[in-house]
Design a protein around this ligand. Structure first.
Ligand code: G
Ligand code: MN
Length: 376
């Protein structure tokens, strides 16, 4: 921690002082800072009342100030914005006790100091929940989630037979699934987030020209079969007749009998199952065949530069593909980026493929009636 931040933190606060609580740096513990003296400026550079060493925070980001006895906050032209209770600040804004304030993706809570109530535990909980309340309510409610759809094509005809749903969000710092699920896991909300993605994806897909077959991911923490089947049952109620395939990470395949139970449970609600990322982990072909998914998605690490692969690698991949097809599992080549990789995938017996060569993940507007497809 910087000397500057330290000196602010150590300033004793009195009843009636305003206090800002949160994590100064991403990795640090939650701390409390008395907003004194005012005006109190926040940014990435040193010499301010509070320095936040985070990439997303601007060098001079925002300022707290008093008007009469009221506390106000204004953004100072930051790149990623200042938010109060999840809303971006366009003008100065009066703050109330317990308001949630974000500088870019860094969440804090503002409280009116009552020294006896501000125990360390309360501050920590408050701040851990700040992200949950501001960001995740909006994510879980679906308002900030933007499902993207990437085509899965039939290699013989070149046409899209289905779309994989990939989550994106509008929230700064939570744009990609990796960021979203890291934060969600930290907050114990990964399952809820994963369910919200599937729910919003089904809703949005109603705007496609024709209702698409959707491949939807599950999070590793969702693999308790009864609850996953419960969640898929809810989805089926919303999705009526829609074709749905649930993707399970290959790491789950080692639990062969459970996977068979999951498969039959999904079949009972007219859904199919795909194993994702085959080849990236430890799954063995024997276990995989026992679990018998409908689709097996070969990870990009197997497909990359397949056209340049030596004979033994091609033989190995070709052998796996034919073994899988022999038992009625449809092999999908993932991450096909070039025409050469597509041709090699066809040569080696793949039936379906997905990858930038065929199409990038795009929001529903790209596929919706009457909306011209974005170029490039
Ligand atoms: O684990 P899963 O297969 O669900 O992950 C799919 C991820 O791969 C997504 O983040 C998607 O954007 C990315 N992806 C999709 N097609 C390609 C591709 O052709 N090349 C690369 N490198 N990544 C891809
Ligand atoms: Mn997937």
């Amino acid at each position: 921690m910087t000397e500057q931040a330290q000196s602010v933190l150590e300033r004793p606060s009195a009843a009636g002082d305003w206090v800002l609580s949160g994590r100064l740096a991403e990795e640090s513990d939650s701390r409390s800072v008395t907003l004194a003296p005012l005006p109190f400026r926040v940014g990435r550079r040193s010499g301010l009342s509070l320095m936040l060493p985070r990439k997303t925070v601007s060098s001079l980001h925002a300022e707290f100030f008093l008007q009469g006895d009221k506390l106000f906050l204004r953004d100072l032209g930051s790149t990623n914005g200042t938010f109060v209770n999840g809303k971006p600040l366009t003008h100065e804004c009066e703050l109330c006790d317990n308001d949630l304030v974000q500088f870019a993706d860094a969440p804090f809570r503002v409280t009116r100091g009552q020294p006896d109530e501000r125990s360390h535990t309360r501050k920590k909980d408050t701040c851990d929940h700040a992200l949950a309340i501001v960001q995740f309510e909006s994510l879980l409610g679906g308002k900030s989630l933007i499902p993207n759809y990437q085509p899965i094509v039939d290699l013989a005809s070149g046409s899209a037979i289905a779309f994989e749903v990939l989550a994106r969000s509008r929230l700064i710092g939570l744009e990609t699934p990796d960021y979203m699920f890291t934060a969600a896991t930290h907050l114990g909300a990964a399952v809820e987030l994963s369910e919200a993605v599937r729910r919003v994806a089904v809703e949005d897909s109603g705007l496609f020209d024709t209702l698409p077959h959707l491949f939807m991911n599950t999070h590793p923490s969702e693999l308790r079969i009864d609850s996953l089947l419960g969640s898929c049952g809810e989805l089926r109620k919303r999705a009526g007749q829609q074709k749905i395939t649930i993707e399970i990470h290959e790491a789950a395949i080692t639990r062969g009998s459970e996977m068979a139970a999951l498969r039959s449970g999904l079949e009972a609600m007219d859904m199919t199952i795909a194993f994702d990322d085959f080849g990236a982990g430890q799954a063995r072909i024997a276990e995989l065949i026992e679990a018998r998914p409908h689709y097996l998605k070969f990870d990009r690490c197997i497909i990359r530069e397949l056209d340049k692969a030596d004979v033994s690698r091609r033989r190995l991949v070709g052998g796996l593909v034919s073994m899988v097809r022999d038992v009625g599992i449809l092999p999908v080549a993932e991450g096909v980026e070039t025409k050469e990789e597509r041709d090699a995938s066809i040569d080696l017996g793949f039936v379906l493929a997905q990858g930038y060569y065929f199409g990038r993940p795009m929001p529903v507007a790209h596929y919706a009636k009457g909306v011209p497809a974005p170029k490039g």
